[in-house]
Each structure stands twice: as C-alpha cells, then as structure tokens.
Design a protein around this ligand. Structure first.
Ligand code: AMP
Length: 189
C-alpha cells in the first residue's frame, strides 16, 4: 500500500493537493477535518464534541482522533493506499499512526510537507472563509489555529525527518506545479 501523509499548516493546500494525488494514484483519502465536519452536519454526539474544539481553533483530543482514524482506515476494502490529510497533528498521533499501521502490516511511505510562508497562509484562509463560509476561517480563529500548528504540529517535521520519511515541497506556485513536485516525490519511492 502507498501510505502518504500530506502535511502543512492550515491553508497550505493539503486538501486540494490530496484530491490530485487521489486521482492519480487511485488511493483512498482520509481528511480528519472533513470527517469531523461531516459529524457536525449529521448532528452526532461526536460532532457536538468536535464543534467546541474546532470553533476555538483547538485540536480534538488525541485518543478520540486516533479511534476515528483507525475506524476510517479499516472501512476501506482492497485499498491501494491512503492519503492522510490533517492527521497526524501531534507527536502522540504520529506514534499511534505508526503502531496502527504496523498492526495491519503497513507503514507510512512518505511525509510530504507543503511549505508556505505565514502571510500567504493568512491571505488564503481569509479568502477561503469568504468563499466557503467555513466557520473556523475567520481572522481570530485562524490566528489560534496557526499558533496551535506551530506549537503542537510543526514538531512533527523533525519527528518524520528522524524516521527518514520527510520530503519538503514548495507550496507556493500554481496548483499543477505543486502537484507535479508531489508526484515526483511519490514516484521516487
Ligand atoms: P482541517 O480541516 O484539517 O483544517 O481541520 C479542521 C479542525 O478540525 C482543526 O482545526 C481541528 O480542530 C480539528 N482536527 C482535524 N484534524 C485533527 C487532528 N488530526 N487532531 C486534532 N484535531 C483535528
């Protein structure tokens, strides 16, 4: 299986580029943010819990996220691979992902880090908020999410470097140029 982590700050283009990777390699997509927004829309208990954190720009507790991730992963049958979009976001999640995959005879193939400067992230997220109406894409919550990213998620860069899985990708430029760089990295595996 091809197990790809697409990594980067909020607004770095993980969702957009995941779709391109899914189309090219025929793998399954797990966006933990989309899963949570789906639960909120359905009005489930999980959605209710998640909403409080999301609206505050905070992360959902690791134990809950890890269970959600594993059950989504196990829902795919005869999968060629998975792209993990928005997971892991903490060291504990990265460790749990490694264990979860190992238990299934799998491992992470590559971690692709979309590198985008902070001022560009802010511009993109404000624009996305205006266009999509995503509740957490407002200036105040964006600032909190970027802070959470720097404090809790960015340390994963060093973690994956140590695992020899880290590849940096320039996240600035046209969507197709960025996609081509991502494909090249995957094809090099
Ligand atoms: P995203 O769509 O990936 O930007 O996620 C939106 C929000 O969902 C985040 O700001 C978090 O509140 C929550 N979330 C998504 N993925 C995770 C995760 N792996 N761990 C904790 N919280 C998450």
């Amino acid at each position: 299986m091809l197990n790809v982590i697409i990594f980067g700050a909020p607004g770095s283009g993980k969702g957009t580029q995941s779709e391109k990777i899914v189309a090219k390699y025929g793998i399954n997509h797990i966006s933990t943010g989309d899963v949570l927004r789906g639960e909120i829309k359905k009005g489930t208990k999980l959605g209710e819990t998640a909403q409080g954190y999301i609206n505050q720009g905070q992360l959902i507790p690791d134990s809950l996220m890890i269970d959600i991730l594993a059950s989504k992963f196990d829902s795919f049958k005869d999968s060629k691979g998975v792209i993990f979009d928005g997971f892991p976001r903490t060291i504990a999640q990265a460790e749990a992902l490694k264990v979860m995959l190992k238990e299934r005879g799998q491992e992470v193939s590559i971690m692709l880090n979309l590198d985008v400067p902070e001022d560009e992230l802010m511009t993109r997220l404000i624009k996305r908020g205006e266009e999509s109406g995503r509740a957490d894409d407002n200036a105040e919550t964006i600032a909190k999410r970027l802070k959470v990213y720097h404090n809790q998620t960015a340390p994963l860069i060093d973690w994956y470097k140590k695992e020899n899985l880290f590849v940096a990708i320039n996240g600035l430029g046209s969507m197709d140029t960025i996609a081509a760089d991502l494909f090249k990295a995957i094809d090099n595996l």
